[in-house]
Design a protein around this ligand. Structure first.
Ligand code: CP3
Length: 358
């Protein structure tokens, strides 16, 4: 069972991840600290750019707290990015406005791949650990803090492509032509992510989530060879208890609905779901193996509070009675969302979910 030593005032999120009883369904939003909030844009302006914001623990703490000041969310998530690891490996991350992330030195030659080294999180990613401990102090045990990292395959997509890609042609060419090279990158990434997440846990993260944003771009066979085994490697290496408390983990493969049973079998506590899948059907498939997190279509938040309430009700109804559901969007909140609509979603989850927990 879930053990808790710290005096967390609201542990609903952690309990739901461990499928223990709760009074209502907890809720948070992927990318809850982001550009849909005017105060976020203001702080990012003060930092200069997104990466400087991530690298400044004071400002990263400030933006982590912003959505919690507006909405009664049940968890906070570290403000950072999944690409901090390849940046720490020396690939030179930068964000050019409107174009998303880019690397100055993407992996193009075999020797660059052979030279890859696992960063020491407490040295090369010190700013992340400092942010984690500062956020924990600022949270003052109100709600738990989620740490996170990217999956080995999703990180490899950016490291090989050099930035965002619509077809993943370079990484898929490597996958089919030089699987040995891709496996080498994935093994380094898996070991780097494990030590990074464990360092976040030691710095104060109370749950961790792995974002496999691009696993769903793979074929069935390729997913089971190039993404899932490395997720499993990480999950088996995670610290499960820290400071007297259980540290649950969540694995989110966007587009992974087809492979739900295999994902649920790697030893994770919870599986994140995107919106195409029906959460009730997902629950029937995984049984009591894992908790589920999701899965409202983020586009629902473009509508109005009445429509949002209806759609929230459908997700809650589909999951049905009992614990093991963490409400979330099926992917990150869009920068074009009105904050009032996010508020309507959070309120609807809290109100409408109570009867499912009686
Ligand atoms: O959820 C949270 O509030 C925590 C913060 C968080 C960010 N990125 C902040 C961010 C998290 C968990 C991430 C994860 C992340 N980063 C993923 C996996 C999740 C997913 O969306 O699938 C990926 C693929 C990245 C890489 C990344 N970072 C991209 C592709 C972009 C550009 C996105 C865009 O819409 O332009 C980023 C930038 C980024 N990361 C922003 C934020 C708030 C926006 C940057 C800005 O302020 O300009």
């Amino acid at each position: 069972g879930y053990k808790m030593r710290s005096k967390l005032k609201n542990d609903t999120f952690l309990r739901a991840l461990l499928r223990q009883p709760t009074e209502y369904t907890p809720v948070w939003m992927m990318r809850q600290a982001g550009r849909y909030l005017p105060e976020y844009n203001q702080t990012r302006g003060r930092a200069g750019d997104f990466l400087s914001l991530c690298k400044n623990p004071d400002l990263a703490t400030e933006v982590t707290m912003q959505p919690l000041a507006r909405f009664p969310l049940d968890a906070a998530i570290l403000f950072s990015d999944i690409l901090t690891i390849p940046d720490a490996m020396g690939l030179g991350l930068y964000f050019s406005t409107g174009e998303g992330p880019k690397f100055e030195r993407p992996l193009r030659d075999e020797w660059e791949i052979r030279d890859l080294a696992i960063p020491d999180p407490n040295v090369h990613l010190r700013y992340v650990m400092d942010a984690v401990s500062q956020i924990r102090k600022t949270l003052n045990n109100e709600v738990p803090l989620i740490g996170f990292a990217g999956s080995p395959f999703t990180l490899a997509c950016y490291m090989v492509e050099g930035g965002s890609s619509s077809d993943f042609s370079l990484v898929k060419t490597m996958l089919y032509q030089r699987p040995d090279l891709l496996h080498h990158i994935l093994d380094i990434n898996a070991r780097a992510v494990t030590s990074y997440l464990n360092a976040q846990i030691e710095a104060g993260a109370q749950a961790v989530m792995i974002f496999d944003s691009w696993g769903g771009a793979l074929s069935h066979a390729a997913y089971h060879e190039f993404s899932l085994p490395y997720l499993e490697q990480i999950v088996s290496g995670l610290i499960r208890e820290h400071d007297g408390a259980t540290i649950p983990n969540i694995v989110f493969t966007k587009g992974g609905g087809l492979w739900l049973e295999s994902i649920a079998a790697i030893g994770c506590n919870a599986v994140g779901l995107d919106w195409p899948i029906d959460i009730g059907q997902a629950r029937a498939r995984v049984g009591d193996k894992v908790a589920l997190q999701g899965n409202l279509d983020p586009a629902v938040l473009f509508s109005n509070p009445d429509a949002i309430r209806t759609e929230v009700g459908k997700v809650l109804h589909s999951y049905g009675k009992g614990s093991g559901h963490v409400f979330n969007l099926g992917h990150g909140i869009s920068q074009f969302t009105k904050p009032e609509n996010a508020a309507a979603m959070v309120e609807a989850v809290h109100e409408l979910s109570k009867p499912y927990h009686e």
